[in-house]
Design a protein around this ligand. Structure first.
Ligand SMILES: [Zn+2]
Length: 164
């Protein structure tokens, strides 16, 4: 017997909720199924009404959100809290290699006018971008931001519009 109140603030099978993946569509319960689907990106979610959880069922990584009455909160990895120390390590990871490459380019500057005179500045930029990308990827993983799924949904919608 299900005695949870069907209030608007709690996740239940009668409700309509914003999609946590594309943030454009709405998710509703599929008829005769313990699952919900989005009318925009077509992703399928499994539900846990007791714990107010929504789990992405048809994609990897399997993301989970909790409904807090107004929005979805991504469930972060338990036992791992980000503090200042992580932020300092992340900044150092980006800044230090860039500074080392920059120093070497400053101490041993290329001879102006030679064919590879542009290489040190491009190399500095590449070092910075590559390390920044590593940090950004870790942040996306940690905060469970479904960026790739979001862009795939937008792309599919644009492609379908063009076909119509
Ligand atoms: Zn969606």
């Amino acid at each position: 017997m299900r005695n949870a109140p069907h209030s608007k603030n709690c996740l239940n099978e009668q409700g309509i909720y914003p999609c946590p993946v594309c943030r454009c569509g709405q998710i509703t319960v599929l008829p005769l199924m313990e699952a919900m689907s989005c009318n925009f990106c077509n992703h399928i979610f499994t539900t846990n009404f007791e714990q107010q959880l929504l789990k992405l069922a048809d994609s990897q990584p399997s993301l989970t959100w909790r409904w807090n009455g107004k929005t979805w909160k991504g469930l972060q990895h338990p036992g791992l809290q980000l503090g200042w120390d992580y932020l300092i390590v992340a900044i150092a990871f980006v800044v230090l290699p860039t500074a080392i490459v920059g120093c070497s380019a400053y101490l041993f500057p290329p001879i102006p006018g030679t064919p590879l005179a542009w290489l040190p500045s491009v190399w500095i930029l590449l070092t910075f971008m590559a390390h920044l990308a590593c940090v950004a990827w870790l942040a996306v993983e940690y905060y469970q931001l479904p960026i790739l799924l979001y862009f795939r949904a937008i792309g599919r919608r644009l492609f379908n519009l063009r076909l119509m």
